[in-house]
Ligand binder design. Structure first.
Ligand SMILES: CSC[C@H]1O[C@H](OP(=O)(O)O)[C@H](O)[C@@H]1O
Length: 367
């Protein structure tokens, strides 16, 4: 997407052919720092410490992390070690495992001397594929917004949770792609942006995306969505996902499940933007089988912000003696999901719906 008229992706290879450029998202919205990753360990740190985040972008960064390893040591042992280190960074987004498996499948058969070039080529291809997948998700999702716009005056009010924007992917975003494409088509939209405690990806990132693209929006506390739905102020919910099971259970940022319950109770359509690499065909029951990342209590007991002097600081909001609990994701059962917006079209949130949309994947999973 464009930032101040300049086209950006959230990750790219520097012209030097060995430095991977990312935007350090922990500094948004106050700064827009582009930083360079030059080693596998730096890529692992960027994922673990959430300089980059979002399932597709985590996968893309891991792919480039493998490529950076191949610059330094392209041996079988180094490849295995890099996959293990990168896989251990964050447990929930399935794109991480998918990307590492993809890179290993390409590189393992090659002699070490050919692995560096092949790794950077495959990482770049993974990025290009993500951009095209998300563009198509937008094309399919915009029809939902158009249909609502056709039957009501004023803007289509869309609620989203966390950041499933272009910053969470290589470009376009998943949940935001239909929104961006609706705006490109001249459809009037307004976005309710859940702040998304505790790391406030909505406040820091989605608000920044909406503001930088001139899209009308309001930042709301996570607990306001149900009230807005009760009062007819939400026409549609679109969220992202970090892992969706073969039967359509959706793992996403903590709080998504509660939003889905409120939407179900108020008859508000609840859609999930789902790129196919985010489907885990190996699991059915999301609540029972998806590992939920437990992040530090400090993320709950403290918050980041910019003070009156312009200094970005972390301040404590709870007593020193108060411990925190910080599950970073939850699982929305398929029964609460109106539909899954994939790059091939909108699928029912069911095993049958996903198998019909992706028969080759379902068949491979059944083998
Ligand atoms: C398009 S994936 C976006 C997804 O990732 C976010 O999690 P995190 O910021 O912790 O990586 C959140 O669950 C978003 O919906």
């Amino acid at each position: 997407m464009k930032v101040n008229g300049i086209p950006y992706r959230s990750i790219w290879l520097d012209p030097d052919g060995r430095t991977v450029r990312i935007i350090d998202q922990t500094r948004l919205p106050h700064d827009f720092p582009v930083v360079g990753l030059r080693t596998m360990q730096e890529a692992a740190t960027a994922i673990r410490d959430m300089w980059v985040r979002g399932a597709p972008l985590i996968g893309a960064t891991a792919a480039y992390g493998i490529a950076l390893q191949m610059v330094e040591d392209a041996s079988d042992g180094a490849l295995d070690h890099a996959c293990a280190v990168l896989h251990a960074t964050r447990p929930t987004a399935i794109n991480l495992r998918w990307a590492l498996d993809d890179m290993r499948a390409v590189l393992a058969p090659l002699p070490p001397g050919e692995r560096r070039a092949a790794a950077f080529a495959r990482a770049a291809a993974i990025c290009d594929e993500d951009v095209e997948i998300n563009r198509r998700i937008g094309e399919h999702g915009v029809a939902l917004i158009e249909a609502i716009a056709a039957r009501k005056p004023g803007p289509v009010n869309i609620l989203t949770h966390c950041n499933a924007g272009w910053l969470a992917t290589v470009d376009w975003g998943t949940a935001t792609s239909p929104i961006y494409q609706a705006v490109e088509r001249g459809i009037e939209v307004h976005v309710w942006v859940d702040e998304t405690r505790p790391r406030n990806q909505g406040a820091h990132l989605t608000s920044w995306e909406m503001a930088s693209h001139g899209i009308p929006h309001h930042l709301i506390v996570d607990n306001a969505g149900g009230h807005l739905m009760q009062h007819g102020q939400v026409d549609l919910c679109i969220v992202g996902t970090d892992r969706t099971t073969a039967r359509g259970d959706v793992c996403n940022k903590i709080g998504t499940y509660l939003k889905a319950l409120a939407a179900h109770d108020n008859g508000v359509p609840f859609y999930v933007a789902l790129p196919s690499p985010t489907i885990d065909w190996r699991v059915q029951d999301g609540v029972a089988e998806i590992p939920i990342e437990e992040r530090s209590a400090e993320e709950v007991t403290q918050v980041w912000g910019r003070d009156a002097q312009g200094q970005v600081r972390q301040v404590r909001i709870a007593p020193e003696a108060t411990p925190g609990a910080n599950p970073a994701f939850d699982v929305t059962p398929a029964r609460l999901v109106t539909g899954l917006i994939t790059e091939r079209g909108i699928a029912p949130a069911s095993a049958e719906g996903l198998a019909a949309m992706f028969p080759e994947h379902a068949a491979r999973a059944a083998e």
